[in-house]
Design a protein around this ligand. Sequence first.
Ligand SMILES: *[C@@H]1O[C@H](CO)[C@@H](O)[C@H](O)[C@H]1NC(C)=O
Ligand SMILES: *[C@@H]1O[C@H](CO)[C@@H](O)[C@H](O)[C@H]1NC(C)=O
Ligand SMILES: *[C@@H]1O[C@H](CO)[C@@H](O)[C@H](O)[C@H]1NC(C)=O
Ligand SMILES: *[C@@H]1O[C@H](CO)[C@@H](O)[C@H](O)[C@H]1NC(C)=O
Ligand SMILES: *[C@@H]1O[C@H](CO)[C@@H](O)[C@H](O)[C@H]1NC(C)=O
Ligand SMILES: *[C@@H]1O[C@H](CO)[C@@H](O)[C@H](O)[C@H]1NC(C)=O
Ligand SMILES: *[C@@H]1O[C@H](CO)[C@@H](O)[C@H](O)[C@H]1NC(C)=O
Length: 355
Amino acid sequence: MSSRGWTGLLWWLLMCYYCDARTDTCIIGCECVGTTIECQSLDRESFPANLDPDTEILRIRESKISYIQRNALAKMPHLRVLEISSTDIIYIQTCAFSGISNFTSIKFSKNNITSIVQNAFALVADVEELVFENSKIDTISTQAFTKIRDVGTFRLRNLTVNKLEREAIDDVSGVLNLHVDLNKFAYVGQSPLNKLVNVTLNVSQNIFPSHCGVGDIYTNVDRETNVILFFRFNVINLCACNMSLLRWQTSAAVTLDENTCSGPPEIAGSFLNDLADTPFCQVVGANRTTPLWCPVTRQMRVLHNCHAFGSPLIPQEEVKDPRIAEDRDSNNGVANIESNVYLVSVVLSFLFYLY
Ligand SMILES: *[C@@H]1O[C@H](CO)[C@@H](O)[C@H](O)[C@H]1NC(C)=O
Ligand SMILES: *[C@@H]1O[C@H](CO)[C@@H](O)[C@H](O)[C@H]1NC(C)=O
Ligand SMILES: *[C@@H]1O[C@H](CO)[C@@H](O)[C@H](O)[C@H]1NC(C)=O
Ligand SMILES: *[C@@H]1O[C@H](CO)[C@@H](O)[C@H](O)[C@H]1NC(C)=O
Ligand SMILES: *[C@@H]1O[C@H](CO)[C@@H](O)[C@H](O)[C@H]1NC(C)=O
Ligand SMILES: *[C@@H]1O[C@H](CO)[C@@H](O)[C@H](O)[C@H]1NC(C)=O
Ligand SMILES: *[C@@H]1O[C@H](CO)[C@@H](O)[C@H](O)[C@H]1NC(C)=O
């Protein structure tokens, strides 16, 4: 073969190697087209943190990912759409989404999540929609969602939540719509929605275990906090007579109707707004509290930063999962081999050309 022929062959090999580079950074189980990555049946426990940094759309479904570690998205600065569905997630860890902004959509659906720990969604800003739907969540920890700013719609819909801890959604502002609808909560802590400012809050068609925590949802509705509240069509499994006092606090910014109590038995089926008029509550007094005391949840100091771990169950080492390190190394390895091959090819073809 002439030297030109050799050069041609080398260039061809080189180009082929180079054209495959993108698919090489695409991990097994994913399909990477342009800046979109779609993954299915990922057989790994950690969130794939070393995908193409140019990725704009990432969809993961039916996978074994069991935790979303800290800074999971940090290496994909252009990400706009993130969807995770039909996946069993044990933890969404502290600061998993720290610093993310300018997203169009972050959506979790049909997942089975054990715990969204404290600060998991701290400091998320400038996102059009943040959605959790059609899922089972065991625990939404205190301040799982904190200091969220400028989100178009933040929705918790059709979730079965075992524990919504006190102040789970805390200090949120600039969120145009906060929808909490069609959920079933087995436990609700004090002030589950805390320090909300400038929000239209729609809490509808949920099932709450008792009056505890529910009253706190609408204690801070006034002109200063600028909260517009719709609290409608909810069912409270165990009401307290003094809940009806809440209607006196309502203002024009509050729509509070069609909420029913399914217990205690004497008032089952009554509307919340009519409780005070029921014979049961009239006998015992509209401010009857016993035996429906709310358990006072332990007050602990909560830190608003990424160094505060939400759960003692997560040792810090877990963040440095060996598999993540492996991934990073092998990715770098691939890149290095590629660049070496590239360099050698260039030098060789240049030599052949001279020859
Ligand atoms: C957000 O994204 C839009 C379009 O994707 C872009 O024009 C804008 O500059 C981005 N803003 C920030 C603050 O990154
Ligand atoms: C969700 O996860 C829990 C704990 O791992 C498990 O017991 C349960 O069966 C799972 N539910 C579904 C619907 O996958
Ligand atoms: C609610 O979510 C469950 C899965 O958790 C799903 O089977 C059901 O169809 C959903 N219901 C609605 C009304 O979306
Ligand atoms: C709430 O909205 C008002 C008026 O739009 C604004 O002045 C105020 O700074 C906002 N507060 C927060 C905490 O975003
Ligand atoms: C509130 O949510 C319910 C249930 O999703 C919906 O039917 C209703 O239209 C919403 N109301 C407002 C004012 O957004
Ligand atoms: C609670 O009931 C007592 C007596 O039954 C009454 O004196 C008191 O004013 C009531 N408190 C409120 C806030 O209605
Ligand atoms: C109802 O009674 C409980 C227990 O005393 C109290 O903590 C709660 O603030 C009362 N709710 C209202 C709306 O008065």
